[in-house]
Design a protein around this ligand. Structure first.
Ligand SMILES: *[C@@H]1O[C@H](CO)[C@@H](O)[C@H](O)[C@H]1NC(C)=O
Ligand SMILES: *[C@@H]1O[C@H](CO)[C@@H](O)[C@H](O)[C@H]1NC(C)=O
Ligand SMILES: *[C@@H]1O[C@H](CO)[C@@H](O)[C@H](O)[C@H]1NC(C)=O
Ligand SMILES: *[C@@H]1O[C@H](CO)[C@@H](O)[C@H](O)[C@H]1NC(C)=O
Ligand SMILES: *[C@@H]1O[C@H](CO)[C@@H](O)[C@H](O)[C@H]1NC(C)=O
Ligand SMILES: *[C@@H]1O[C@H](CO)[C@@H](O)[C@H](O)[C@H]1NC(C)=O
Ligand SMILES: *[C@@H]1O[C@H](CO)[C@@H](O)[C@H](O)[C@H]1NC(C)=O
Ligand SMILES: *[C@@H]1O[C@H](CO)[C@@H](O)[C@H](O)[C@H]1NC(C)=O
Ligand SMILES: *[C@@H]1O[C@H](CO)[C@@H](O)[C@H](O)[C@H]1NC(C)=O
Ligand SMILES: *[C@@H]1O[C@H](CO)[C@@H](O)[C@H](O)[C@H]1NC(C)=O
Length: 660
């Protein structure tokens, strides 16, 4: 027993020798204003964090067990040759944010002497191509390499020739404009390659079969082309966002691509989809065959057809037509972000089958999420909506779409430019915010099972009392804010599933009592003209209510049982410090009011209170007048008031207590 206890004790991190604590083997020396490496380091250290100091030179370290060394954010410009000789176990070295562009000769000798490193970070050292090439020699075990924020301009075949085991390379935020053929091809284990924020203009021949995650975001790439071959590429994530692409990329024919980021490019600037596809294909022929081949194969479509893509972001491009056919080829596509383009009209202009004269039916058979936000849409073909057989979320915010009246049928009369949402059976979340909708018709959402609906900021919208009837049983979240709606405009059906309601920024003076059977957990009633809330309604809601936003209303301090109740029930009122109520004299903050309600409003306006108040009067002042006495005994309010008025000089000191 004793020896094992001793062993446990000696393994403990807080070891005391001669009563003095030794350094915890994991102790951090970060941010200690150090100008050199401390001399009294525990030889058993496995990790040493010296980041964020002012260390300029690194000399021999005798730490035979050290595995991780962090020297990031120092002023290191000199590493002595023998430094790493005694660091037999060092695997992770972080040298980012130093000045290793100096003393290249000595530093590279030092760095070349460790071949066991698995992870090296030399980001932000102002390193040029030559420096990096020297620093990377003799590193055959290197698995992870980070060179973010240096001054690399050209990647050559010799750069990684000693680093055949690299799996992850980040060279983002440099000045790279040229990548020589063969630079990455020999790195057979390479999985993640980050080249974001460089100066690359073209990818003419993508050949990296092994890479799974390629980031080319924020370059100046105009096109991305892969020569067709029969090999399987392992590419799963391709980020080409923030470039200058005019066309869809031509990706490998056989790939595993699931995420394609194309936002913030110039795709779609050409007028029609057909033109866009044929231009992409001729570009391909020009690059691959160095020739223009009339009636050549549709390479774009044949590779897209095989792509197992589930996510594509095409937001912030220049589309003027919706590329129906191209996108419908992506049979696994679940999420499509098409926001911030310029498609005003989604027409169903599908090319007919060559044999039959009829319109082909195409479907977006996996699409669950579609955002068409901020396109300036005025029309969506009902055939397009019909093709969205699995759609769950439809974001149409910031367009100019008008819902159809019950009599209007855009399928029967294509000239009608309204949208019908009925029959989208899978639809759960619909955002119609900011569409300048004029009217929400009865049964608009027939046969849908909407869970959330956003109708905010349709400033002139009139809502038919039956507009939500078909979804009253499923709706969980409803936003009707910024509509300038009055209390009488707002009629809501009973909604037994509703948990979130936002009716902020309107002119509402009463909350519909129909809400009392909804399990609301969050209500936003900010910026309306509510004077009070129905106490019975609040009590009914209190079982579920967790959070309520109330500021910007006209609350009457003396009619605030609802508020004391909310306060007592500890319902969260996040904006209470901005909320006010008024008395006959002035406005006060609700927080002040709640601290001592009696200070501001001793008596309430309801009848019961008035009787009590006058009863108190009676006991004090019965000696003055028999009239009051008689009236109070008869509980006749009118008589009491008349009497009080008659003898007001006597009661004046007490009058101010009344909030009538
Ligand atoms: C190196 O240190 C920097 C700054 O402390 C940190 O951001 C970076 O992630 C570290 N590198 C690695 C590979 O952990
Ligand atoms: C490469 O590293 C090994 C051990 O890690 C060392 O023995 C050898 O001298 C190094 N080569 C160079 C050129 O520094
Ligand atoms: C690609 O790099 C950019 C810039 O560093 C970054 O914002 C983006 O999230 C990265 N993309 C992916 C898919 O990781
Ligand atoms: C596009 O929509 C997706 C899904 O909601 C989202 O993840 C992505 O961030 C959006 N893209 C932009 C540029 O906002
Ligand atoms: C395609 O089919 C539709 C519907 O039958 C027809 O109106 C149209 O004229 C056809 N177009 C062509 C080019 O054949
Ligand atoms: C649609 O409009 C066109 C041209 O304005 C007209 O020729 C056509 O008859 C209209 N169709 C229907 C169904 O009203
Ligand atoms: C809101 O409605 C009121 C009353 O109809 C009107 O006076 C006011 O101008 C409207 N405000 C806006 C922003 O439309
Ligand atoms: C309610 O809607 C307004 C305006 O549309 C928004 O600013 C606010 O954040 C929403 N409230 C909640 C709780 O989301
Ligand atoms: C609150 O609502 C209930 C139910 O509709 C009603 O009977 C009661 O008079 C209301 N209370 C006030 C103070 O308006
Ligand atoms: C609160 O619930 C009770 C009992 O269910 C009901 O009688 C009352 O009308 C409700 N209050 C409001 C304001 O709807």
């Amino acid at each position: 027993m004793l020896p094992s206890l001793l062993l446990l004790w000696s393994l403990n991190q807080e070891i005391y020798i001669n009563g003095l604590p030794c350094h915890d083997p994991k102790r951090s020396w970060s941010n200690q204003n150090l100008y050199s490496v401390p001399l009294d380091l525990d030889v058993r250290l496995r990790r040493l964090d010296l980041s964020n100091n002012f260390i300029r030179q690194l000399h021999t370290l005798g730490l035979p067990y050290l595995e991780q060394l962090d020297l990031s954010s120092n002023q290191l410009d000199l590493i002595s040759e023998g430094v790493f000789e005694n660091l037999a176990r060092l695997e992770e070295l972080n040298l980012s944010r130093n000045a290793l562009n100096n003393n290249l000769g000595r530093n590279s000798k030092a760095l070349q002497s460790i071949s066991r490193l698995k992870s090296l970070d030399i980001s932000m050292n102002r390193l040029n191509d030559e420096a990096v090439e020297l620093y990377l020699r003799n590193k055959s075990s290197l698995d992870q390499l980070k060179m973010t924020g240096n001054a690399l301009t050209r990647l050559s075949r010799s750069m990684f020739k000693d680093n055949n085991n690299l799996r992850t390379i980040s060279i983002d935020n440099n000045l790279i404009s040229v990548i020589e053929q063969g630079t990455f091809e020999s790195l057979s284990r390479l999985e993640v390659l980050n080249l974001a924020k460089n100066n690359l203009a073209h990818i003419c021949d993508f050949k990296l079969h092994q890479v799974e995650h390629l980031n080319l975001s924020r370059n100046s790439i105009e096109f991305f082309v892969t020569h067709e071959d029969e090999r399987l590429y392992r590419l799963e994530i391709l980020d080409l966002s923030f470039n200058k692409l005019l066309y869809f990329p031509i990706v490998p024919k056989l790939n595993r691509l699931r995420y394609l980021h194309l936002q913030n490019n110039m795709v779609g600037a050409l007028t029609s989809e057909a033109e866009m596809v044929s231009e992409a294909n001729s570009l391909y022929d020009e690059i691959v065959h160095q020739d223009y081949i009339p009636f050549a194969k549709n390479n774009l479509h044949s590779t897209w057809r095989l792509m197992p893509l589930t996510y594509i972001d095409l937001s912030y491009n220049h589309f003027r037509t919706f590329p129906l056919e191209t996108l419908s080829l992506l049979s696994s596509l679940e999420i499509l972000n098409f926001s911030h383009n310029c498609v005003q009209n989604i027409v169903w202009n599908i090319r007919n089958d060559s044999e039959s004269r009829f319109n082909r039916q195409i479907f977006f058979s996996s699409l669950k999420y579609l955002s068409l936000q901020a396109n300036g849409l005025t029309h969506i073909s009902p055939l397009f909506l019909k093709a969205l057989t699995q759609i769950e979320t439809l974001n149409l915010q910031g367009n100019s779409l008008q819902p159809c009246a019950p009599a209007e049928h855009p399928i029967l009369n294509p000239n009608i430019s309204c949208v019908t949402f009925g029959n989208l059976r899978s639809l759960k979340h619909l955002n119609l915010r900011e569409n300048n909708i004029q009217k929400l018709h009865v049964n608009m959402f027939q046969k849908t099972s909407l869970v959330s609906l956003n109708l905010a900021k349709n400033a002139h919208m009139v809502m038919h009392a039956g507009a939500l009837e078909e979804v009253q049983g499923t709706l969980q979240s409803l936003t009707i804010s910024e509509i300038n709606m009055s209390g009488s405009d707002l009629s809501l059906p009973r909604m037994p599933a509703l948990t979130h309601l936002n009716i902020s920024n309107n002119r509402i003076d009463t909350i519909p009592n129909s809400l009392s059977c909804s399990p609301l957990t969050e209500i936003d009633i900010r910026n309306n003209i509510l004077g009070s809330l129905n106490h019975s309604l609040i009590l009914n809601l209190s079982g579920h209510l967790q959070i309520m936003y109330i500021s910007g209303n006209n609350f009457n301090c003396c009619d605030s049982r609802w508020l004391t109740t909310l306060n007592e029930l500890k319902i969260k009122l996040p904006d209470i410090s901005n909320a006010e109520c008024y008395t006959s004299e002035n406005n006060i903050l609700l927080t002040d009011y709640l601290e001592n309600p009696l200070n501001y409003c001793l008596f309430h306006t309801n009848l019961e209170q008035i009787y009590i108040n006058y009863a108190i009067f009676y006991t004090i002042y019965n000696k003055y007048t028999e009239t009051i006495k008689a009236a109070v005994l008869n509980m006749n309010v009118l008589l009491v008031l008349t009497a009080v008025y008659k003898y007001k000089t006597l009661f004046l000191p007490l009058m101010k207590w009344f909030c009538v």
